[in-house]
Design a binder for this molecule. Structure first.
Ligand SMILES: Cc1cc2nc3c(=O)[nH]c(=O)nc-3n(C[C@H](O)[C@H](O)[C@H](O)COP(=O)(O)OP(=O)(O)OC[C@H]3O[C@@H](n4cnc5c(N)ncnc54)[C@H](O)[C@@H]3O)c2cc1C
Length: 372
């Protein structure tokens, strides 16, 4: 294991080449194949708050700053990371609190509020990184109104340590809502639930999050959340009644438990392989119908299906692809992870394009370690 103390160290390590696996806190080590031949580059030296300007809604941090520390810092100013990132310890096991903000960005992690507030990539304004060539560079900016040019923050978000080693990130933060209120209607089948969530999103109520759990306290539950000032929530809630029947408000404790369960797929059995399937929301019921004996739940109004299943990987991927989506293997045994790529295989033209982009950042393939 290598532990660069600073950016010059990191440049020297990457320039020297080899097969290198970047690691922040290691909370997502369980995703992708094991890579016994690769040397781990422990990035934890790049931690700390660099600059936080609450009135400007901009935060610059070392990439290895713990996610929890970043969330606590901005919460102290009544602000939030609006893309709703979360710690994968709840999904993959391991000690909570290890997730770093760099890991969250590298993996493109976003929770239920992604439905309304955008993905991780939409909140990364700029970064400093070292390429696979061992060259330090800066991309984006520290202001919300950005310069033109290639939008590299969008590219590195979700790149899983395959393009660059991130050392510093500048993030957009937003004011946290004063209040949240969740309503649940029960007893809907998957199609009726997706239709109800679509109607709620279509109403001018500004829904923040919408999810469906087929078994929650013993019955199917479809949940809809509004955020904002209490008066505004009350006014917008009045617009939901006419489009979704039977909505009952949840108290704050029950609502927090429900959204935590959705965010971390907690109700699904931990011993079965876990898939994260992205499809057009209207196709989600068809996907779960095509995979027998699966446990599942819908987030993002159906656009994200968390699915636990012992079915063949090819069957799961085929069901996702037939619905116009893709399936990522998030949790599985080491043997399954060695045999099944974590990321959904891409069509040949896209794979070629992607490989050219990777070559540009990493010509010698130091990050090509067979994890994905
Ligand atoms: C070098 C590199 C290699 C990669 N290789 C692969 C690979 O082999 N396979 C792979 O699957 N991915 C790969 N990716 C990741 C891929 O480019 C995307 O980042 C990823 O699929 C998007 O998922 P996300 O988690 O960022 O999701 P999100 O951005 O949160 O969204 C998930 C999906 O939902 C779709 N979506 C979002 N909102 C809506 C909406 N309102 N309606 C309909 N659809 C919506 C988005 O288009 C997106 O595909 C690679 C990325 C990089 C940089």
């Amino acid at each position: 294991m290598l532990r660069p103390a600073g950016i010059d160290d990191l440049c020297a390590i990457l320039a020297a080449g080899g097969a290198l696996r970047l690691r922040g806190g290691g909370s997502k080590d369980g995703i992708g194949a094991e890579t016994p031949g690769a040397t781990v580059v422990d990035m934890r030296g790049f931690a700390g708050i660099v600059d936080y300007d609450p009135p400007e809604l901009v935060l610059t941090v070392g990439a290895a700053t713990p996610l929890a520390a970043v969330q606590a810092l901005v919460a102290g100013q009544g602000q939030m990371l609006a893309f709703d990132p979360f710690d994968h310890a709840a999904i993959l096991g391991g000690a909570p609190g290890q997730a770093t903000i760099g890991g969250v960005i590298a993996a493109g992690i976003a929770g239920p509020a992604r439905l309304s507030r955008g993905a991780a990539r939409d909140h990364l304004l700029g970064f400093t990184a070292v390429s696979g060539r061992g060259e330090r560079f800066v991309a984006g900016a520290k202001v919300v109104k950005n310069v033109t040019g290639y939008d590299l923050p969008k590219l590195v978000t979700g790149s899983w340590g395959r393009l660059v080693a991130l050392t510093e990130l500048t993030l957009k933060v937003l004011p946290a809502p004063r209040a949240q209120q969740t309503w649940v209607t029960t007893g809907l089948d998957p199609s009726a639930a997706v239709a109800a969530m679509a109607r709620a999103l279509g109403a001018p109520a500004e829904v923040t999050a919408a999810a469906h759990l087929p078994r929650w306290n013993g019955a199917p539950a479809t949940a809809i959340r509004l955020d904002g000032f209490p008066g505004s929530i009350a006014a917008r809630a009045a617009m939901l009644g006419p489009v979704v029947a039977g909505l009952t408000p949840l108290d704050d404790t029950a609502a927090a438990a429900l959204w935590l369960a959705v965010r971390t797929a907690a109700p699904l059995p931990a011993e079965r392989p876990l898939w994260r399937i992205i499809v057009p929301a209207s196709r989600a019921p068809g996907v779960v119908a095509a995979i027998p004996n699966a446990d599942w739940l819908f987030d993002w109004a159906g656009g994200l299906v968390w699915l636990a299943s012992d079915s063949d990987a090819a069957q799961v991927r085929q069901a996702a692809a037939a619905a116009g989506g893709h399936a990522m293997l998030v949790r599985a045994s080491a043997a399954m992870r060695a045999a099944v790529p974590a990321l959904h295989p891409q069509p040949a033209p896209l794979a070629q394009l992607e490989s050219r982009v990777r070559r540009a950042f990493d010509p010698d393939g130091v990050f090509e370690i067979g994890r994905f």
